[in-house]
Design a protein around this ligand. Structure first.
Ligand code: NAD
Length: 484
């Protein structure tokens, strides 16, 4: 078998020690890989590359399409972009896959039966990073959810479940509140889930779902969710498994994939041969499955489980009475290498080579919506910066200048409808949404929107943003005000 080139970054802090330990184990186990070392992280940031990458490093990742990455240190002070977010965006790494497993009784945990994979959408949601300050008091971030992005992550979750012989996929959203964005995620989950009759499906509202996951994780198998929820859930689940030092993660794109530990560079532990290389090793195991070397992945995984059972533990998981010996990074790696070819005796051995799976999870190409949709403009929400007063005053100012084809139908403040009905108790800020709809919801033109804005300007109203109100095949593409 010819060796597979992989881009390798040794990273910062404990990075170089744990990467050396992992590459040693991979090579001793017979992994057919050819590491191409790239420099990223702290040094590169300090050389003036605000992304933490040099163009050469990016080129190497593009060529190898596989990136094995140790944690890096983001220097203190502003102006440095998150290298992880940059990597995800540059290489379209849309899926973050984080398995969390407990290794009870060998690693202390409150959750002996935890075995969950969190699949998190990695590019969209609030992480689009589109933020604005709109008034002296009000700041906004845009949450963007796309149908193609949602279809891709949900399909990936089902394909993952199939490839790894998992039985159930749980979707978590907050679609009782965010009916359009989270609602789309839930709807696509139902649509695509119907194509996987062999897999059990369920949906939880994220708040109670997260509570259940923290309380009874054994109820869950694969969880698919949006970016922010997934970010939070995956850390909680990894921590409850026993140690942040144990879990690895994969960031998957249509062409490139990145594999890393979930923890950071732990600078206080650096250079002392103390760190647990297990998180990065687990990432390496995922990488071997990804590049089509499941036999090697299986050998390493089982040897690692055996090592945990034997009680050779780094400081983070060392427990008097459970562990046999507190070992350093290197000695831990040597213990794993000694166990290559052995199976765990109490923990369940891992099988990556049995018939049918797990195969590399296919990334199904996505298509932009090809179904033609009839889109009609019927109005506009005009947001204005206006010193809090009685909503009736604002309504009157607007109604005096409005073109006759448009009607003011609602004013809301922080999302709560405050006109035509106003409650004295509602807290008001200087950020108002004024909803203009055409008479009888007849289609209007952009010219009419411009006319309306000119009227606002004549009335001395400081409009700060507009959102067009559309019907898509006759269905409203906008939410109502709370209490409307
Ligand atoms: P951290 O994950 O580095 O450390 C948190 C705690 O866990 C510390 O007590 C640490 O000693 C311990 N720990 C972490 N990994 C361990 C291991 N392998 N073995 C034993 N103990 C381990 O998080 P932090 O302290 O918040 O961040 C430190 C630096 O890492 C920061 O510069 C941060 O930006 C960076 N970071 C990088 C990544 C990444 O590259 N993916 C992720 C998170 C944080």
């Amino acid at each position: 078998m010819s060796k597979v080139p992989i881009a390798v970054a040794y990273g910062d802090g404990i990075g170089p020690e744990i990467m050396s330990a992992c590459l040693y184990i991979l090579e001793e186990a017979g992994a057919q890989i050819e590491p191409r070392v790239i420099e990223i992280g702290e040094k590169i940031y300090l050389q003036g590359y605000t992304s933490g990458f040099t163009p050469e490093a990016i080129q190497t990742i593009r060529e190898t399409k596989v990136f094995y990455k140790a944690p890096i240190t983001t220097p203190e002070g502003g102006g440095y972009k998150s290298l992880n977010v940059t990597t995800r965006k540059l290489f379209n790494l849309f899926a973050n896959v984080r398995p969390a497993v407990s290794y009870y009784p060998f690693v202390d945990t409150k959750y002996p039966n935890l075995n969950v994979v969190i699949i998190r959408e990695n590019e969209e949601d609030l992480y689009a990073g589109i933020e604005h300050r709109q008034t002296s008091d009000v700041y906004q971030v845009l949450k963007l959810i796309t149908r193609p992005g949602t279809e891709r992550i949900i399909r990936y979750a089902f394909e993952y479940a199939r490839a790894y012989g998992r039985k159930k996929v749980t979707c978590m959203t907050k679609d009782n509140i965010m009916k359009l964005t989270d609602g789309l995620f839930h709807k696509v989950f139902e649509e695509i889930g119907a194509e996987y009759p062999d897999i059990e499906k369920e949906h939880w509202i994220i708040d109670i779902g997260a509570a259940k996951l923290a309380d009874t994780p054994e109820l869950f198998d694969v969880v698919v969710t949006l970016n922010l929820y997934g970010d939070i859930l995956s850390d909680i689940v990894a921590q409850t498994a026993g140690s942040v030092g144990l879990a690895g993660s994969a960031n998957i794109g249509p062409s490139v994939a990145m594999f890393e530990a979930i923890h950071g560079s732990a600078p206080r532990r650096a250079g002392q041969n103390l760190a647990n290389p297990s998180g990065l090793l687990n990432a390496g195991i995922m990488m071997l499955v990804h590049i089509g070397q499941p036999e090697v992945a299986e050998r390493i995984h089982n040897a690692w489980l055996r090592t945990l059972e034997e009680g050779y533990h780094t400081y983070d998981i060392y427990r008097e009475g459970i562990s046999r010996q507190k070992v350093g990074t290197k000695e831990f790696a040597q213990a794993v290498v000694r166990n290559l070819g052995k199976l765990p005796e109490q923990l369940r051995p891992v099988r990556y080579t049995q018939e049918g799976g797990p195969a590399k999870v296919p990334v199904i190409p996505i298509h932009h919506s090809s179904v033609p949709v009839k889109k009609e403009l019927i109005g506009v929400d005009v947001f204005v910066d206006w010193t809090p007063g009685h909503p009736n005053e604002l309504a009157q100012k607007i109604q005096e200048v409005l073109p006759p084809q448009l009607q003011l139908t609602m004013i809301s403040n922080r999302g709560t409808a405050v006109w035509p009905q106003t409650l004295e108790e509602t807290f008001l800020v200087n950020h108002w949404r004024t909803r203009l709809l055409s008479v009888d919801k007849k289609p209007i033109t952009h010219d009419l929107v411009i006319e309306a804005l000119q009227a606002y300007r004549r009335a001395g109203l400081d409009f700060i943003k507009t959102e067009h109100l559309y019907l898509f095949d006759g269905v409203e593409g906008f939410s109502k005000g709370q209490g409307e």
